[in-house]
Ligand binder design. Structure first.
Ligand code: CTP
Length: 447
């Protein structure tokens, strides 16, 4: 019996796929089809696949050409599969011509003619409306954000707003978008969704105005500096069918999400302590060092670190205290303890004190160690008393890592999902609440 194997994503199954499967089947007696898993696709930079793996497998089965379907989940699997299933022919569309010649060592490689004029990418683009995104603010993070939008389908950065005419014009010229420095309402009229990346103290106001104008909002961290404001905005968004998301970038990254699911599955037993740290030295006359612009280590870095703690230990903490080293009215270093009924946690943050920026989650059976910079997580290790049981986990963290939050934001809009399990609105409110306590100097000691 002659066995043939072929691979693909098979998203939005189309005529090109069906032709390919028919031709591949005709090469032998038995056809195995490898369908890429969702995580493998994401790892390959395909952030926009529409059908999930189960739907894609069902679609391939429904063509009637596949005798067997396997899931492709890792790089190098083709060689394993070919040997494991004793495959005679590896077949793939001619768009891959030459790319799989290395498999000739294991079986015959055949490139089949590709059907012209159709692809999943094309169908996705046709069926998807393009959302016009407006950016509020034209500073450092906004500049890093624009290139990241390019890898997410269906998003076009259309406009930028900054009351400073000179700065907004320079940004608009650099990125080829419309500049607005006058009426914020005029800016809002031309967009479907807004990314708020303006100075901290303006987040509430811009977010509120955008929501009131019926726009979905992705707001940079710190989202807002008061729990009541955070709650009010989420309630408003909820009541009006709008997506409001805190751009806590690490929350949406593959490695951090797997860390959370592993810990919640009990791989280290009960979580008893979490230590999260982040420091970035800041010099000069930057916003971070300006008390009047809500600068300081806490406002700057607490959101990501509290996000990790709250996602793992929840929102029902019982006590918080803070210790800060102050300079010119801003905390250049803050340590906060967030205590739960059955667990402790702390965050150590610096903009004028350098700390080791790692994350350690300790449990009754072992601990998870994420080396610095933990917030750009692409690797972590689960460690035990018996070191032979330790396990290392590796992931991709592509580009500036903002693409994951952008993808989540637009996926929520497109699929009309109003709640995101990667960072729930009540978790985001709890983050704002702790930051608010700090800014009110509750249980705060200067060192
Ligand atoms: N294929 C084909 N003709 C097309 C599209 C795809 O023969 N018009 C083949 C590919 O060469 C591959 C298989 O179908 O052997 C699965 O391809 P896949 O990457 O899933 O489909 P695409 O439509 O190319 O997807 P995308 O646009 O997301 O890259």
């Amino acid at each position: 019996m002659k066995k043939v194997i072929t691979y693909g994503t098979y998203d939005l199954l189309h005529e090109g796929h069906i032709n390919l499967l028919r031709r591949a089947k005709a090469l032998g007696d038995y056809l195995i089809v490898g369908v890429t898993s969702d995580s493998f696709d994401r790892g390959r930079g395909k952030l926009n696949v529409r059908n999930n793996v189960l739907e894609r497998v069902e679609a391939v089965k429904a063509t009637g050409y596949a005798d067997e379907v396997v899931i492709e989940d890792y790089l190098g699997q083709k060689i394993d599969d070919i040997q494991k299933y004793d495959v005679d022919i590896f077949a793939i569309g001619s768009d891959w011509e030459g790319k799989f010649d290395y498999l000739n060592e294991f079986c015959q490689v055949v490139y089949l003619p590709r059907t012209e004029g159709i692809s999943s990418t094309m169908l996705r683009a046709e069926s998807q409306e393009t959302y016009r995104l407006g950016i509020v603010g034209s500073g450092r993070i906004a500049k890093r954000f624009v290139p990241e939008t390019k890898v997410v389908n269906g998003v076009e950065v259309a406009a930028v707003y900054n009351p400073n005419k000179e700065r907004v014009s320079a940004f608009a010229a650099d990125f080829g978008v419309e500049a607005h420095s006058g009426s914020f309402q005029d800016f809002l009229k031309g967009v479907d969704a807004v990314y708020v990346a303006s100075p901290h103290l303006s987040h509430y106001d811009y977010t509120k105005q955008a929501l009131e104008a019926g726009k979905h909002v992705l707001c940079e961290i710190p989202f807002v500096l008061s729990a009541a404001q955070a709650k009010e905005l989420y309630d408003y968004a909820d009541a009006h069918g709008l997506v409001l998301m805190e751009a806590s970038k690490t929350a949406y990254c593959p490695a951090f999400n797997h860390l959370v699911t592993l810990v919640k599955s009990g791989v280290i037993g009960d979580v008893i302590d979490i230590k999260a740290s982040l420091s970035k030295m800041v010099e000069g006359s930057l916003r971070e060092l300006d008390a009047s612009q809500a600068g300081g280590a806490m406002n700057e870095h607490a959101p990501l670190n509290l996000m990790a703690i709250i996602r793992l230990l929840g929102t029902d903490y019982t006590k918080v205290d803070f210790y800060s080293k102050m300079e010119n009215g801003v905390d250049v270093y803050t340590k906060a303890n967030i205590i739960y009924p059955h667990a402790t946690s702390s965050i150590t943050l610096g903009i004028g004190v350098k700390t080791e920026g790692n994350l350690v989650v300790s449990g009754t059976r072992g601990y998870v160690y994420v080396p610095a910079p933990w917030w750009l997580t692409d690797f972590f290790e689960v460690r035990y008393e018996d070191q032979s049981k330790n396990k290392k986990y590796f992931y991709s963290y592509d580009g500036d890592g903002l693409r994951y939050e952008i993808q989540e934001f637009f996926s929520m809009i497109v699929n009309k999902r109003r709640s995101c399990y990667k960072l729930k609105s009540r978790e985001s409110v709890a983050i704002a609440e702790i930051i608010e306590k700090y800014n009110k100097k509750e249980n705060c000691v200067e060192i």
